[in-house]
Structure formats: structure tokens, C-alpha cells
Design a binder for this molecule. Structure first.
Ligand code: HEM
Length: 416
């Protein structure tokens, strides 16, 4: 038997418009009164929300919580419309975030061989060049929408380059990815068409790279698999797909949420600007980590499902129950962080969960750090009087379940 949804007096309403704008007061309430809380999601699925840091860290590393949606004890009324990626068994969905050991261990080892910190470091000049080119595109104008003109194109071009997607095809990727973000997750219509086109393209690209390998990530993946360990064509396509998708909307929102947080905290922004002007990078590095903790792109970690009954934070979770670890809530836990609601770019003791924890810890963290640091440093240095062009109350947040990010970020600055 499932527990009934907990009916705690004065429980905040979740997943409303107000909640999407500022979920932190609701998360503070949950941490305090119902740290492991069963709730009904907008899709109708019931899931546990885990909001305290210690519970969140434990859950992320708990092997009894599987990533494989086959473990979901899906109620009849939700059949086929849970919105849980992978539950419909689409080919591209057999990727790192939907599988468990031993398959996960094998695939992660393969991709780690190709996606090395050295490869990411070598990529720094290219990220700088992309960043500068995008800023050049609007610098003369004195205004821009930083989401559409900057945060959105930068990561898609960066990851396409890294994977080995030829430049002339990258705008197609930008359009397919844009369609998937705008219309989030739904399996029908334009999104399904975009996924289909991308799947066809990736299959073809993998085939071409097998024939004529280059110095890119897809060729690296194929090569790694040829050295003893096996990677099927479908696994390679799913891997390319998850690299694109895990690395895309997240980084858009790191740049968007991060810039917005800096614009709302002028003292901290000035501190960073001064340190960049002095040629120092230390505050930039700790600052990007702090922006991830303070208002990170991944609000809830991706789905987990209990493979057996377990206790978490004093609640009993039944086998088959979905569990969502709320990274955004854990990273504001006063039990772990001093003054958690204050943005402190120099914060030292900052083991945030923005990149997750355990075996699914973000594979792309070095690339995300590189992109986030390059983008924010370039914006603050090249457009020193950058400011919001609208009242914050006019900004709209995307109401997705997993990601947190702005739809648009209109800014003004003195053109130069
Ligand atoms: C996994 C966050 C950028 C590739 C994860 C997870 C988080 C995360 C929280 C774990 C999810 C879970 O356990 O349910 C972020 C953030 C990013 C970012 C905040 C940007 C600021 C990237 C980039 C790439 C990437 C740029 C690749 C190019 C991946 C992959 C996984 C992953 C492949 C799955 C790893 C596994 O399951 O073993 N990321 N990510 N991410 N991320 Fe990132």
C-alpha cells in the first residue's frame, strides 16, 4: 500500500505560477515540516520530494534508488502519460541517466575515456571565440535578450563542436533543440519530429565517423568502444543525445540564472567585476559554484525509483515509488550552508549538489564550468554597465519540472 499524500496544515501549493517564479519559500517550508514529502505532480504522478541536504545526498548515492523507469510502479490512470523520460522506451532514452550498474558503469567508463578534462581544457579558446562572436552580435545595439542571443546558442554550438557536428549543420541542431526546450518533453507534434530528425542525423553522423574518424568526441567514443569494450550503434546515438541534452538547457540556465542573480546583487557583481579587472580568476571560479548553489539550473535531480522498500528522512518509501531529489532545496539548507539565502561569490565551504552526487555526478561539469566562467567574465568585462531592461516582476520562468530557467532576460548597456 502507498502512503496517502501527506496533508500537513498550511502546506504551500507547489507547481503554481508563483512557485515557478520563486520556489525557495516553499522549499524552506518543506525542509522544515515535511522533508520527505509525498505529492501529486502536475502530470498526476505521485512522487516523493526530498528537500534536506543530508537526505538528498544520501538518496543520490543510494543504489536501491534506480534510474531505470521500468522500476516505476505506474498507476493505471497515469499509464503512458507520466511525462517521465524513458518510460516510453524510445531508442535514444537508453542513456546514462536512465540506467543502473553494470550497464551504467560500462557506458560511463567508455564516455569518460573520450570526454576527458584535457579535451575540455583544449576547448577553452573555442568557447572564448564563440562567446566573443555572440556578444559582437548585439554589442553595438545597447540592448539584447541574453537568453535567445547568448545563453541559448553558446552551449549548443559548443557541444556540437565537441561532438564533431560540422558547423554547417549546427543551426539545424539549434532549431531542433529550441523546439524541444520551448515545448518541453511532450512526446507529440513538433517535439517528436525534432527528436526523429535528430535521431536520424546522429545515426548518420556516427556511421560517417566510423568510416572517417576525426579528433572529436563521437570518433573518440567509437574508438573507445573498439578497444575491447562494446558500444552498440544505438548506445552511441543515445550517448550523443544525452551529451547534447544534459549539456544544453543546463548551461543555458547557468548563464541565464547566474547573470540574473548578479544583476539582482549589485554588491557581489561589483566585487566580481573588480576582481576580473585586477586580472584575478579565483573569485570567478568560486563565484560560478556559488551561482550554481544559489539558483542552479537543475531544480530537481532526474527521476529515481525505489527497487525495494526503504526509509528516508523518517518516511517509508514503497518499492516502485518515484523519488525526486530537490537539489535547489538541499542547496539552501541552513543545516549545511551558513546564510544559505545570501549570495556570497567567495563562499569556501560549498559542497553544493548542483551537479548531483554519486555515480551519476555530472559528467560535463568541467565543460559547464568552462562555459559558465567564460560567459560571465566576458559579459561583465565587455558590458560593464549591464542592467535589466525590465522590472524583475515582468520576467517569466519556465515551469518545467526538472529545470529552472528564465524564458527571456532583456538587458541594456552602453553600446561600444
Ligand atoms: C548528470 C547538472 C552541464 C552531461 C548531471 C546531473 C546533474 C547535472 C545534477 C545528475 C542528475 C541526477 O543524478 O539525476 C548539470 C549542470 C550543468 C550541467 C547544473 C551546467 C551548469 C552538463 C554538460 C554536459 C553534461 C555541459 C555534457 C556535455 C551530463 C551527463 C550526465 C549529467 C552525461 C549523466 C551522468 C551519469 O548519469 O552518469 N548533470 N549538468 N552536463 N550531466 Fe550535467
Amino acid at each position: 500500500m502507498h502512503d496517502r499524500p501527506s496533508r500537513v496544515p498550511d502546506a504551500p501549493e507547489l507547481f503554481t505560477w508563483e512557485f515557478a517564479t520563486d520556489p525557495y519559500p516553499a522549499y524552506a517550508w518543506l525542509r522544515e515540516h515535511a522533508p520527505v514529502h509525498r505529492t501529486r505532480l502536475p502530470s498526476g504522478v505521485e512522487a516523493w520530494l526530498v528537500t534536506r541536504y543530508a537526505d538528498a545526498r544520501q538518496a543520490l548515492a543510494d543504489q536501491r534508488l534506480s534510474k531505470n523507469p521500468a522500476h516505476h510502479d505506474e498507476p493505471a490512470h497515469a499509464k503512458g502519460k507520466t511525462g517521465i523520460p524513458g518510460e516510453r522506451k524510445a531508442e535514444l532514452m537508453t542513456h546514462l541517466l536512465n540506467i543502473d550498474p553494470p550497464d551504467h558503469t560500462r557506458l560511463r567508463r567508455l564516455v569518460s575515456k573520450a570526454f576527458t578534462p584535457r579535451r575540455v581544457a583544449e576547448f577553452a579558446p573555442r568557447v572564448q571565440e564563440l562567446t566573443d562572436r555572440l556578444i559582437d552580435g548585439f554589442a553595438q545595439r545597447g540592448s539584447a535578450d541574453l537568453i535567445h542571443e547568448f545563453a541559448f546558442p553558446l552551449p549548443i554550438y559548443a557541444i556540437c563542436d565537441m561532438l564533431g557536428v560540422p558547423r554547417e549543420d549546427q543551426d539545424d541542431f539549434r532549431d531542433w533543440a529550441g523546439m524541444m526546450i520551448r515545448h518541453g518533453g511532450g512526446p507529440r507534434g513538433g517535439v517528436a519530429r525534432s527528436v526523429k530528425k535528430m535521431r536520424g542525423y546522429l545515426a548518420d553522423l556516427i556511421h560517417r565517423k566510423r568510416e572517417a574518424p576525426g579528433d572529436d568526441l563521437i570518433s573518440g567514443l567509437i574508438k573507445a568502444s573498439d578497444h575491447g569494450e562494446h558500444l552498440t550503434e544505438n548506445e552511441a546515438a543515445a550517448m550523443a543525445f544525452i551529451l547534447l541534452f544534459a549539456g544544453f538547457e543546463t548551461t543555458v540556465n547557468l548563464i541565464g540564472n547566474g547573470t540574473y542573480a548578479l544583476l539582482r546583487n549589485p554588491g557581489q557583481r561589483q566585487r566580481l567585476q573588480d576582481s576580473l579587472a585586477a586580472g584575478e580568476n579565483g573569485l570567478l571560479a568560486t563565484g560560478v559554484e556559488e551561482l550554481l548553489r544559489y539558483d542552479g539550473p537543475v531544480e530537481l535531480a532526474t527521476w529515481r525509483f525505489a527497487t525495494e522498500p526503504l526509509a528516508l528522512g523518517g518516511r517509508d518509501i514503497a518499492a516502485g515509488d518515484p523519488v525526486l531529489v530537490v537539489l535547489a532545496a538541499a542547496d539552501r539548507d541552513p543545516g549545511r550552508f551558513a546564510e544559505p539565502d545570501t549570495l556570497d561569490l567567495g563562499r569556501r565551504d560549498n559542497q553544493h549538489l548542483g551537479y548531483g552526487h554519486g555515480i551519476h555526478y555530472c559528467l560535463g561539469a568541467p565543460l559547464a564550468r568552462l562555459e559558465g566562467q567564460t560567459a560571465l567574465a566576458a559579459l561583465l568585462t565587455r558590458l560593464p554597465d549591464l542592467r535589466l531592461a525590465v522590472d524583475p516582476s515582468e520576467l517569466r520562468w519556465r515551469g518545467g519540472l526538472i529545470m529552472r530557467g528564465l524564458r527571456t532576460l532583456p538587458v541594456e548597456f552602453t553600446h561600444r
